[in-house]
Design a binder for this molecule. Structure first.
Ligand code: FE2
Length: 590
């Protein structure tokens, strides 16, 4: 984008009528996010990529080459933003952005934690290249969550020097979610130095304050971290708003808190200028099913929120937070012409979308396809297990009945600690269908170390078969859960041999899969194909006896060290609270 400073003469001349606009969107009802009012019969004159004039009559800006789009009977709102999203998931950034704009989302603030976890700085730079010239604006943050756990994580991260270099770029706007608030409240020297250097450059730092309150929360905020997307209820929201924090109300594929929070926000008639809507990640199936930030607006309006307020939360507030309010966030002179034309304000039914004055969506369809960047060959060679797996890789040797420690899947995300008694067969402890104890394994895959661990899980039901993934939060190991060694080996081998993927195998046959051949975490297939594949995969695992309808999340979250209580790494099981390892076999019984 051109800077405002380079365009003030043109914009000034167009607004006053001494130069001609390129485009006039005429006669619309404007949702004015600066006054909170609807204004009827508004013309918007655009010169280059910015708005020059907004008012009842823009005829004075029209010239022989000015194009006019009649928007009478329609509504115009600013392009919406997702202030915290992980788009290094499922599909490429261009593919994702093409679908985000269909939902009126013109800006994505992406935290590419998984690509960095797998590929380090090289991955970060390549990801920024992948985001360039996408149909929506994509800004990235330096992932602030890595390593998730200094004691146990083996993921890659940026060095401080790489961080500093990255933050000089216009497309990098700050530091991503700082997972460990304890590192901040303990004033860990490395963390404090990192925060200081980010703040010195006036960049934004995104917070992650799940479980923090009182003086610990205030110490975190006093360290320059002013936002959080973790509140799951109004009490947590209010505590953060009271101390000047910005709260991103999360409504995405992993957690949905909008209804709970917005209901109380409305009942309490609280100021909404520091609220935003974010997804924290939205899967292609959910995008198709629900939408994106437009879904948040619809939800909020259906709960009784004034529509202009809902669009303000969805647009202006996010740009105010990212210190971009001079350039973007509302429809006004000098602002970038990121404009959404709606057929219906309450339903957020998107008709046309303009990004920088260029129409990218018309009549609800994408009309401007961007050229996708190619990709270096190394991105398809990041699953480096260096061997094929067989049944023996999943053996847990025992000479007699044994008590094993288990990971209890309370949900596909939340775990607990358990135990089970198993009898060995041919010298190895196996999954047990009757007691619904399955096996899980984790192998390092970003480096060819041949390190791996086999453990036991409960809570999935009587699932038959094996589900493997090369993408997992945020260690990105090769993780598999299964009912037998043969299927586990097959699923692991298929996922590894194709450069990455999520694979479900039953009776030694591949039943469903999604190929993730870009760094083992992204697919180069179309959005529609990935949405279809994911839906099919979850359905097949469910059919095979798994009690969860979104089973793909189970291996994704098994290594996730930011959540209690037990997690599985390639170095072993870990009790998060005590920060201790747990052995697979607790003890032999006889
Ligand atoms: Fe996140």
């Amino acid at each position: 984008m051109k800077r405002l400073a380079d365009q003030i003469r043109t914009l000034n001349a167009t607004a006053i009528g001494d130069a001609h606009a390129d485009l006039i969107i005429s006669g619309a009802t404007l949702a004015n996010v600066y006054t909170g009012k609807l204004e009827e019969g508004i013309d918007i004159a655009i010169a280059g990529d910015r708005v020059a004039y907004v008012g009842r009559d823009a005829a004075h800006t029209a010239g022989p080459k000015t194009r006019t789009e009649d928007a009478r009977g329609r509504f115009v709102v600013p392009g919406m933003a997702d202030p915290h999203i992980h788009i290094d998931q499922f599909v490429t950034p261009h593919e994702f952005a093409e679908h985000a704009v269909l939902h009126g989302v013109t800006t994505l603030f992406s935290d590419p934690i998984d690509i960095v976890s797998v590929c380090g700085y090289r991955g970060f730079v390549e990801f920024l290249r992948q985001c360039k010239d996408a149909p929506a604006r994509i800004f990235n943050v330096v992932p602030g969550g890595l390593p998730v756990d200094r004691k146990f994580s083996t993921s890659r991260r940026l060095t401080r020097a790489q961080e500093r270099t990255s933050l000089k770029r216009d497309d990098v706007v700050g530091l991503g979610e700082v997972f460990s608030w304890k590192r901040v409240t303990d004033r860990d020297p490395q963390t404090m130095a990192q925060l200081k250097s980010i703040l010195q450059k006036d960049h934004v730092i995104n917070g992650h304050t799940a479980g923090a309150s009182g003086k610990k929360l205030q110490a975190y905020v006093a360290s320059g971290i002013f936002s959080c997307h973790e509140p799951i209820d109004y009490a947590q929201t209010l505590e953060r708003l009271r101390i000047g924090m910005w709260v991103m109300i999360r409504e995405g594929s992993i957690i949905r808190s909008l209804k709970e929070i917005v209901t109380e926000v409305l009942a309490d008639k609280i100021d909404t200028s520091r609220l935003m809507f974010c997804s924290d990640g939205v899967s292609p199936t959910d995008m198709v099913r629900y939408g994106h930030i437009d879904h948040c607006v619809r939800q909020a309006v259906s709960l009784g929120m004034d529509p202009v307020t809902a669009y303000t939360i969805a647009s202006r507030n996010a740009f105010d937070y990212y210190l971009m309010s001079r350039d973007v966030g509302g429809i006004a002179p000098g602002k970038l012409a990121d404009i959404v034309v709606l057929d219906d304000l309450q339903k957020a039914s998107v008709r046309d979308v303009y990004v920088g004055g260029r129409r990218v969506v018309h009549g609800g369809r994408l009309v401007r396809r961007t050229r996708r960047p190619g990709r270096p060959t190394w991105t398809s060679r990041t699953v480096r297990v260096g061997r094929a797996f067989d049944d023996d890789d999943f053996a847990v040797c025992a000479t007699g009945p044994s008590c094993v420690n288990t990971i209890v899947m309370k949900t596909p995300i939340i775990t607990g600690a358990g135990s089970a008694t198993l009898e060995p067969r041919d010298g190895t402890l196996c999954a047990d269908a009757d007691s619904q104890v399955l096996k899980a394994a984790n192998f390092e895959r970003a480096r060819p170390t041949h390190k791996g661990v086999v453990a036991f899980v409960e809570g999935l039901g009587r699932m038959e078969g094996a589900l493997a993934t090369t993408w997992s939060f945020h260690e990105n190991d090769l993780v598999v859960v299964g009912s037998n060694e043969r299927d586990m080996a097959a699923a692991t081998n298929i996922a590894a041999s194709r450069g990455g993927g999520i694979v479900f195998v039953r009776n030694a046959k591949r039943v469903a899969d999604i190929r993730l051949d870009f760094a083992g975490i992204l697919s180069t297939m179309s959005f529609e194909k990935v949405a279809e594949s994911l839906e099919r995969l979850d359905a097949k695992v469910h059919d095979a006896g798994c009690r969860f309808s979104d089973a793909h999340l189970v291996p994704l979250f098994l290594p996730f060290l930011a959540l209690p209580s037990v997690r599985l790494l390639h170095t072993g099981m870990v009790d998060i609270k005590s920060s201790e390892r747990i052995p697979t076999v607790a003890h032999r019984l006889k």
